[in-house]
Every structure is written in structure tokens, then in C-alpha cells.
Design a protein around this ligand. Structure first.
Ligand code: CDV
Length: 299
């Protein structure tokens, strides 16, 4: 999806999502994946102190009044969908969430972002803010997978894609397709010379590795373009279970990319080099869960 400006309404975003859905139907798609925070601008770039204002960016119902038309159209076209939004739960918790539906528009999977990047207070050292740690709680879902449409599907969100643990936890549940959306600034706010070329390189690097090392399809979808003066990379792609890019977006506008993903293509890698049951050595992996930060050996 292209940019969504701060002044754009959810209804406008949903209208664009429905247009893409119609295009997908013309090409016989059975699943359409949209980006992280697909209904609004990437609001964590804005510093807000008033919680009532913050809450205006969140959805208290899914589907809700603005999103019901998307669910209705998806159901009519028999297309499963996955998209991200800011979720405010009935008990007042704030999450950066993605859902997935089946082809009848029933929600069959819900994932809440685990690896929240950024910071929680205004940071004068950065070129622009990234306040996800201010507005969201770390997800409480872990990385569940869902059996639907004859396959095993999982989700993660944006920064999660940079962490090998994300893919491996789903890989250990036999995942065959990981759907993920992202909003990645084109420039590193803490290192100006890290621009779009580096950002796109890392984008491909992490998703191709995650796909290959777990023999799964990865569908990574950008919100791209310039939102209120802040550029986001594009580079939406579909990676096959061998780690190769099957198709990649060419624009930073609303653009449908399509690929016929055969989930059986996951079998070869899962039965050979990445047959986890035969080859993993968990007796040596303890540090990964016992320790969060780096502990260097004594000098
Ligand atoms: N929305 C994100 O999670 N963005 C991060 C940026 C901050 C690096 C990302 O991993 O793309």
C-alpha cells in the first residue's frame, strides 16, 4: 500500500484495500496480505501526551464500522485477508496487532507484535520519532500458527522480521506461510547515511533467510511512500521456501503483487537440510532463552 496521510480516514484506507481486493479477485487470488497499521498513517512517529488522542488511532472492534465493508467484500469474493491495525482491548490494553481471516471472513488468527522497536519518551537525538514502546505493550500471543485453507499459516509484524527467533518458533510448528506487514522508514533516524538501499537490502536479507532456514513462504508487505513528509520503503515481496524472491513490488503506491504459492514446496527443505527433529541440537541453544542481552567473557 502507498502512504496514508495523518488526515486520511479509515474509510479512505478501507476503500483502497477493497480496490486491491477486487484486483486480486480478477487474478483468482485466495489470500491478500496488507501492511502493518494498514488503516492509518504510521502514527508512532508522532509524540502524543494525551491518552484520549492516542486512543483515536486504535480499533476497539474488529471488524468495526469502518472495516466491516472490507470483511463483507472479502467474504463475497471468498478471499482470505491479513492486515495490521492498532488494537485497544476491552480491558484497556494497547497492541500492534495483525489478524488473518479464512475465505469466509472469519478471523482465524490474531498476532500481537512481540519485538517493539523504538523508544517511549521524546528523543531529541533522533531525526524523527519512533514511539512504539510508548503506545503499545509487547504482544502476549507468542507466535501462534493457524491451520486454514489447507496449510499452516503464521504472522509477525515489521521489526519481528529481523529476528531469527520469530521464524524459528513458527518453523517449529510447521509453518508454511508467514504473512507480515511493515512500515520501515527509508532512512535510519539514528544514522542518516543508512538510506533506502541499505534498508531494502536488510528487508530482503531477513525475509529470505527466514524463509530458507525454515523452509516456508514469507509474504512481506510494505506501507510505502511519503507519509506527511516521512518516507517509507516499499519492496513488498513474496519469498519462496528456498529463500528466493518470487515477486517484488516495483512502486511505492498501492500495488498488487501476485504469486501462486504452492505450500507443498515447503516439504523438501523441511524433510532434508532443515529437518529439525533430526538435526537441531537444543542442548546447545539454552542461552537463546535464558539470556536476553549480550554477556561477554571476562577479560
Ligand atoms: N514498524 C517497525 O517496526 N519499524 C522498524 C524500524 C523502526 C526499524 C523496522 O524494523 O522496520
Amino acid at each position: 500500500m502507498g502512504a496514508i496521510q495523518k488526515s486520511d480516514s479509515r474509510e479512505q484506507a478501507v476503500e483502497r484495500m477493497i480496490t486491491l481486493l477486487e484486483q486480486a479477485s480478477q487474478q483468482d487470488c485466495t489470500l491478500v496480505v496488507y501492511p502493518e497499521l494498514a488503516l492509518t498513517t504510521f502514527f508512532p512517529r508522532w509524540y502524543m501526551e494525551d491518552q484520549a488522542e492516542v486512543d483515536t488511532w486504535f480499533e476497539q472492534q474488529m471488524p468495526g464500522p469502518a472495516t466491516q465493508p472490507l470483511f463483507d467484500r472479502a467474504k463475497a469474493l471468498k478471499i482470505a485477508i491479513s492486515f495490521g491495525f492498532a488494537e485497544l482491548t476491552p480491558d484497556g490494553q494497547h497492541f500492534n496487532t495483525s489478524i488473518m481471516t479464512d475465505r469466509e471472513a472469519n478471523i482465524v488468527g490474531r498476532y500481537r507484535k512481540t519485538h517493539l522497536p523504538g523508544h517511549s519518551e521524546f528523543d531529541t537525538e533522533r531525526d524523527f520519532q519512533h514511539l512504539e514502546k510508548r503506545y503499545f505493550l509487547p504482544g502476549d500471543t507468542g507466535f501462534p500458527v493457524t491451520r486454514t485453507m489447507g496449510g499452516i499459516f503464521g504472522m509477525c509484524i515489521c521489526n519481528d522480521r529481523r529476528w531469527p527467533e520469530t521464524y524459528r518458533v513458527m518453523g517449529l510448528q510447521g509453518v508454511e506461510m508467514i504473512c507480515l506487514g511493515y512500515n520501515t522508514p527509508s532512512v535510519n533516524s539514528q544514522r542518516r547515511n543508512e538510506g533506502p538501499a541499505d534498508r531494502l537490502f536488510h528487508n530482503r536479507l531477513v525475509m529470505q533467510s527466514g524463509a530458507y532456514q525454515n523452509s516456508t513462504w514469507v509474504v512481506g508487505i510494505a506501507k510505502a511512500g511519503v507519509e506527511d513528509g516521512f518516507p517509507l520503503i516499499g519492496g513488498s515481496l513474496i519469498v519462496d521456501p528456498n529463500g528466493k524472491i518470487a515477486v517484488e513490488a516495483q512502486s511505492e503506491e498501492d500495488e498488487l503483487i501476485v504469486h501462486a504459492c504452492d505450500l507443498d514446496d515447503c516439504t523438501f527443505g523441511k524433510k532434508t537440510i532443515f529437518d529439525f527433529a533430526r538435526h537441531r541440537r537444543t542442548e546447545h541453544y539454552g542461552l537463546i532463552v535464558e539470556q536476553t542481552g549480550v554477556v561477554e567473557p571476562a577479560l
